[in-house]
Structure formats: structure tokens, C-alpha cells
Write a protein that binds this ligand. Structure first.
Ligand code: AMP
Length: 361
């Protein structure tokens, strides 16, 4: 069976790898000359002419995607030939921070206070309403902390406007939170759902660096709240596949920041650390197959390898450590791979991380 994947980065690579034991082969739409999916399936360039798309979809069971900036119009065109999951409505909702936050609010998820900003005067009005500190963000195409400006005080408005003015923007009040969490869930074609445990995330320079799974010290009520949030979004969108929601924790409250309609970096630990990996469960979901259990097998950490790679021997000398390299050329700020490590307790996981000799927060 062959499935189409829009994008050919590391997420596509790990989807393809999860597909092999299930008898699945992937066909990727990816323009880059070299990509992490090289050697793992057929590659088609992202020529979007009717003929090229017909060649791409020919013989495919379905199409899915591994990046959230897939043009909605392309997804809708593909949908005429072959099913596409998650549904294009999920792309639409997640590509625009204003639509995303409005959806969250409508479904009863707490969010930071926000206001749309389309002009310099709007920015002043939004600052009157929300005050500083605040984040000015582009509504579209922001990722890994790009496309945003932190206003410590009102007088930063000019600098913020000169950095981002001109595209549709959103001002968000700065939320005071204890930590950042993410919640991954998966919904099958029949509406069945499985929830992964909450994960604690640490960023550096706007890029995810470290995930601890399950997040330590999470109350049953907080888990129930996260599941409730995810369930509302999944059901509203008629979602199929893995969904990630990024959250801020304030005591027993969760503030929804954003979502990604795809497998997610904070779910890489699930390859070794959960009973079914996010990649396998995404494939099972989009194919309409039964979902696998999403619980953690034990405490686990995932550390992204950014910009440079460690000596594999140092990593692998640590018990229960695993290395995943994406076949990318080293460049500052680039995600080149990740390591996971498990242990009997969260303390043992931290101690093993420290032994790898890769600085982790
Ligand atoms: P984002 O691009 O929305 O994921 O934001 C990147 C990072 O900026 C988040 O992971 C938070 O650490 C921080 N951040 C974004 N929005 C807010 C907010 N409204 N309040 C506090 N911190 C935020």
C-alpha cells in the first residue's frame, strides 16, 4: 500500500520508517534536492500542475502531510483525487494565529488575551487593551519563535511595528506560566481517540531543545483538562491523525498557545518511550486502522541535536539511550537529529542525560 506525504523532512522520514513494518511505502512531494526522506520512498518534485498532481496521486491510498504550511488550496485540489488526512480544515485553522485562537476560545479552551493588529493605530489600541509586556506575532508562517517580537513595555511599539508591520498581525498579552507543555492525541477515521501523556518542553533560542515525558508532577485533573481540550478540537474539526497542542501551565490551568495538525517534535520520545509511537499511530489513524495504546512505558527524555552532532559512542554508551539522525548537513540552528533516553525514574533519566555530555537544561 502506498501513501502520499507532502513534505520530506525528518517528520516524513520517521513516518516512512514507521510505515515499513506495516507494509506501507511512502511517496513524497518535496522540492529540495537533498532531503531526510532520501532513499525511503519515491520523490516527486512539488510541481503543482494538474498533470504532475495526477502523477503524484496515481495509485495512492491517501495523502497526509508533515508540515503545517501546506497551501490549503493544494490540499483541496488533492482531495478531489484521493482522501487527505488530517482534513484541510485543520490546516486552515492552524495556519492563521487569529483563526486558531478564535477556534480555541469558541471551543472553551483558555488562551492568552489577544487582538488583531492590521495597522499602527491598531497596535496602539491593542496595547491600550492588553497592556505590556506582550508579544506581537505574524498571523501566518511563524514557527520556532520566528515572526514575533516581544514588547517589554509600551515604548517598544515603534520597534515592534518596524520589525513586523505590513503583514497581518496579532498582539498577545504575555502569559505568566510555570512551564510549557504539549499534548499529543490521535483520532481515527471512526472517531476513536488515544491521548499521549502531557510532555514538558524546554526551548532554546525559540527552538525545542528538551522534552520530558511524561511531564513530571502532573495532577490527574490537569491530564483530564488536556484531554478535554484535545478532544474538543479533534471532534470540532472531524480530525484524523495526530494533533499536537502547545500549552502553558498556570497551576491547575492550561492556556492553549497553538496547535500543529501533524506529528510533532515533542512526540519523538514516543518511538521508544510509548506503547505505540506517534508516527505509527498517525499512519494507523489515516488508514482507518485500530489505534495503538498511547501510554508511556516509563519516564523518558528527548533531546534535539541542533547545529552539531555528538560522538555517537558517547550517547550510546548510556543505558537505554537511542540516537536518531536525519541525514541533514550541519548548519547552526538546524535540527540534525535527536536522542532519547529512558530510566526507571525521572531522576535516573536526568542523570543519564547528563552522562551523554550534551548540555541539556
Ligand atoms: P510561539 O511561536 O507562539 O510558539 O511562541 C514561541 C515561544 O514564545 C513560546 O514557546 C513561549 O515560550 C513564548 N510565548 C509565545 N506567546 C506567549 C505569550 N502570549 N505569553 C508568554 N510567552 C509566550
Amino acid at each position: 500500500m502506498r501513501i502520499g506525504v507532502l513534505g520530506g523532512g525528518q517528520l516524513g522520514r520517521m513516518l516512512a520508517l514507521a510505515g515499513y513494518p506495516l507494509g506501507l511505502r511512502c511517496r513524497f512531494l518535496e522540492p529540495a534536492l537533498e532531503a531526510p526522506v532520501d532513499g525511503l520512498g519515491e520523490r516527486h518534485a512539488d510541481d503543482t500542475s494538474e498533470e504532475a498532481l495526477a502523477r503524484f496521486t496515481n495509485g495512492l491510498e491517501l495523502v497526509t502531510y508533515e508540515f503545517e504550511n501546506v497551501p490549503v488550496e493544494l490540499a483541496r485540489r488533492l482531495e478531489r483525487a484521493v482522501p487527505i488526512y488530517p482534513p484541510p480544515a485543520a490546516l486552515e485553522a492552524s495556519q492563521d494565529r487569529l483563526h486558531e485562537k478564535t477556534l480555541f476560545r469558541r471551543l472553551g479552551l483558555s488562551t492568552a488575551p489577544y487582538a488583531a493588529v492590521d495597522s499602527r493605530a491598531d497596535l496602539d489600541r491593542a496595547l491600550d487593551e492588553l497592556g505590556a509586556p506582550a508579544f506581537l506575532k505574524t498571523r501566518r508562517f511563524g514557527y520556532d519563535g520566528k515572526g514575533q517580537f516581544f514588547l517589554r513595555q509600551r515604548s517598544d511599539a515603534d520597534a515592534a511595528w518596524s520589525a513586523l508591520g505590513g503583514s497581518p498581525l496579532l498582539l498577545e498579552g504575555a502569559v505568566r506560566f510555570e512551564r510549557e507543555l504539549s499534548h499529543l492525541s490521535v483520532r481515527g477515521r471512526d472517531g476513536g481517540v488515544a491521548f499521549y501523556p502531557l510532555v514538558e518542553n524546554h526551548h532554546r533560542d525559540g527552538i525545542l531543545r528538551l522534552s520530558l515525558a511524561p511531564a513530571p508532577d502532573v495532577s490527574p485533573a490537569l491530564t483530564a483538562l488536556a484531554c478535554d481540550y484535545s478532544r474538543r478540537v479533534l471532534d470540532e474539526l472531524g480530525y484524523v491523525g495526530v494533533l499536537a497542542i502547545e500549552l502553558f501551565q498556570q497551576g491547575e490551568r492550561l492556556i492553549a498557545n497553538e496547535m500543529a495538525p501533524r506529528v510533532h517534535n515533542s512526540g519523538h520520545w514516543t518511538i521508544e518511550g510509548a506503547r505505540t509511537s506517534q508516527f505509527e499511530n498517525h499512519l494507523r489513524a489515516v488508514l482507518g486502522w485500530p489505534l495503538g495504546a498511547a501510554d508511556a512505558v516509563g519516564p523518558c527524555a528527548m533531546l534535539n541535536l541542533i547545529g552539531a552532532l555528538p560522538d555517537p559512542r558517547t550517547v550510546l554508551a548510556v543505558p537505554d539511550a537511542h540516537l536518531h539522525l536525519y541525514g541533514k548537513k550541519a548548519r547552526p540552528g538546524r535540527k540534525l537529529g535527536h536522542v532519547t533516553v529512558q530510566g526507571g525514574t525521572p531522576e535516573e533519566v536526568r542523570e543519564r542525560l547528563a552522562r551523554m555530555g550534551i548540555a541539556a537544561r
